[in-house]
Design a protein around this ligand. Structure first.
Ligand code: FES
Length: 197
């Protein structure tokens, strides 16, 4: 990777981090994050857990929250999106996430505590760019007719399914990381902390 590409990657991630403070992706305006840290925001930047309210998230929608300076995506998957995971099992490099970063309590192809909600760090395991969401299946996505929905890292072309599992023969070696998280209620997720139960 050239220095220019590395810089582009870093710049892209900074833009994402500054514009992704809790809100449905694409709806929030960029905020001058670094210039106006309140004490609690400073704690979050240092690694404190962050809470996400998913009560307004509709099936098929994704929101982004920032945790430890990284974008964490929360995707509320539809039954069709969940069913697509099985279909792409033979095409992904680490279907059971045996070597990928995720808490021990995350099992199976859905890679989630509740199948409906995927909570995943949106940073490519190749060189750290942030992939774009390509949630629409089929040709409409620009990814080809057999695309089931997922994510594309435009930096070097790694693709991931709707559980953040990387497809085979791509530059990214592993699936997108799943952060520690726990449910405080049906619609509140605490990211950065495991369940104490
Ligand atoms: S950073 Fe290279 S494919 Fe994602």
């Amino acid at each position: 990777m050239s220095d220019q590409k590395k810089m582009d990657c870093g710049r892209r991630n900074l833009v994402i981090a500054t514009s992704a403070v809790g809100g449905v992706a694409g709806l929030g305006a960029a905020t001058p994050f670094l210039a106006s840290l309140t004490p609690s925001e400073r704690a979050k930047a240092a690694g404190a857990p962050v809470e996400a309210d998913v009560s307004k998230l509709q099936p098929g929608e994704m929101m982004t929250v920032e945790w430890r300076g990284k974008p964490v995506w929360i995707l509320r998957r539809t039954p069709e999106q969940l069913a697509s995971l099985k279909k792409v099992d033979p095409e992904v490099a680490d279907p059971e996430s045996a070597r990928s970063e995720q808490p021990a309590y995350i099992k199976g192809e859905a890679r989630s505590i509740k199948p409906e909600y995927l909570v995943v760090v949106g940073i490519c395991t190749h060189l750290g760019c942030s992939p774009s969401s390509k949630l629409q299946p089929g040709a409409e996505s620009g990814m080809g007719a057999d695309w089931q929905g997922g994510f594309l890292c435009p930096c070097h072309g790694s693709t991931f399914d709707l559980a953040g599992r990387v497809f085979k023969n791509k530059p990214a070696p592993d699936n997108l990381p799943i952060p520690p998280h726990t449910y405080l209620s049906d619609t509140r997720i605490l990211i950065g902390e495991d369940s104490k139960a």
